[in-house]
Design a protein around this ligand. Structure first.
Ligand code: HEC
Ligand code: HEC
Ligand code: HEC
Ligand code: HEC
Ligand code: HEC
Ligand code: HEC
Length: 218
């Protein structure tokens, strides 16, 4: 089988991060989730949605692996096992994002604005998975940047909770017991820790300094 190609941009335009990285349990590091065809067939990982039956979607999402496959199923396999193949996609990035607000860096889309403007609607729960009780959202706050030449950092709990829930960050990335309890700096962020877990390669990139280092909020 050809290697699987997963287009993160399409999936993040349909679901919150926490559906996949908390409820379904994908690691937030490429290649770390050691999933198999058997897992998918049992309804885990990709198979939690790609099961060919009605999820929250209409029409139902095409099924993941079947082993051994029937010959007539082979074109479906190619939709995921597409590395190095010329497979026709249902969604092309350029076309899909044409009308979305633009960002200079990253993949060129301002996802925050796209979501606020209602251009994308994120599902936060899947049928058949337990619904997590929502916790009250914490106040937004600013973190002061110890390098005095950079502006303080705005951090919006409200916006982050919309995408990430609480469990994606607490307690694994930030202990979150009280502000300041976790000490970290820009170097660690560049190494892919703390804010860098997401802002290195999925959320807007670290090069966009001014998006974080802005004036403080109340
Ligand atoms: C439909 C499921 C799905 C959604 C929704 C999703 N992800 Fe992912 N994400 C994945 C999968 C699958 C991988 C690859 C995991 C692997 O290879 O083990 C991944 C990988 C990542 C990685 C690692 C990337 C790398 O290059 O190492 C980060 C960071 C990440 N996701 C963050 C996010 C953030 C932030 C969001 C929300 C904006 C999000 N994800 C939404 C499924 C999803
Ligand atoms: C949370 C639900 C969910 C999970 C988990 C998920 N997907 Fe999807 N995926 C979707 C939906 C919804 C679509 C859009 C289906 C459609 O419109 O026909 C989709 C579409 C796709 C497409 C089609 C893209 C195109 O343009 O033709 C591919 C390929 C794909 N997913 C691969 C994967 C792989 C690989 C995994 C596991 C690593 C995965 N997906 C996990 C929900 C999910
Ligand atoms: C929704 C996406 C998706 C579709 C569709 C899909 N697969 Fe997979 N398949 C995966 C992922 C993800 C893996 C695990 C990662 C890997 O091995 O590259 C995988 C792994 C496999 C493996 C490797 C062996 C194993 O046990 O892990 C085989 C064989 C396989 N799939 C067969 C098929 C066949 C046959 C079809 C078509 C009938 C198919 N798959 C359709 C996503 C998909
Ligand atoms: C994107 C990551 C992220 C998400 C999502 C998130 N938090 Fe936080 N949270 C933080 C950071 C960063 C801090 C500050 C921690 C530090 O600096 O030690 C924090 C601090 C806190 C604190 C301590 C506040 C204080 O003023 O001392 C509480 C309580 C908290 N979070 C609860 C929540 C709850 C409840 C949710 C979900 C509604 C949530 N968090 C979602 C990152 C996040
Ligand atoms: C995703 C948000 C984010 C982005 C983007 C970002 N920073 Fe930071 N930065 C932080 C946080 C959080 C801290 C640590 C705050 C603290 O000290 O508690 C920090 C701290 C710093 C510090 C203080 C010294 C240190 O190492 O902690 C400097 C200097 C700095 N950043 C420079 C930059 C520059 C230059 C860029 C762009 C190339 C940038 N930052 C982009 C979030 C960000
Ligand atoms: C679990 C993943 C994750 C972590 C950790 C994370 N972010 Fe984000 N952040 C996102 C996503 C997703 C967005 C939505 C926009 C996008 O994808 O570009 C976002 C948006 C933002 C925005 C723009 C929205 C706004 O508030 O106006 C800022 C600023 C920001 N993050 C700063 C931070 C800082 C500072 C930290 C660390 C203290 C941090 N983020 C940690 C995922 C994360």
């Amino acid at each position: 089988m050809a290697k699987v190609v997963f287009n993160h941009w399409l999936h993040r335009s349909q679901f919150t991060c926490r559906v996949c990285h908390v409820d379904i349990g994908f690691f937030m590091k490429q290649g770390e989730t050691r999933l198999t065809a058997a897992d998918n067939m049992r309804g885990y990982y990709c198979g939690a949605c790609h099961n060919g039956t009605k999820q929250n979607f209409a029409p139902p999402v095409f099924k993941a692996c079947s082993t051994p496959p029937n010959p007539e199923e082979m074109s479906r396999c190619d939709r995921c096992h597409s590395f190095g193949k010329d497979v026709k996609k249902k969604y092309e990035f350029a076309e899909f994002t044409e009308k979305m607000p633009k960002a200079a860096l990253g993949n060129g889309v301002d996802w925050e604005k796209a979501e606020t403007a209602g251009l994308i609607t994120l599902q936060d729960n899947l049928q058949g998975l337990p619904i997590i009780k929502k916790m009250p959202i914490q106040k937004d706050f600013s973190l002061d940047s110890k390098g005095s030449w950079m502006g303080d950092i705005l951090f919006s709990h409200k916006k982050h909770a919309k995408w990430n829930g609480c469990e994606l960050c607490h307690p694994d990335i930030f202990l979150g017991v009280s502000r300041g309890a976790t000490k970290y700096n820009m170097f660690q962020i560049y190494e892919g820790e703390y804010c860098g877990v997401c802002h290195l390669n999925v959320a807007f990139p670290l090069k966009d300094c001014a998006k974080c280092h802005v004036n403080p909020v109340d």
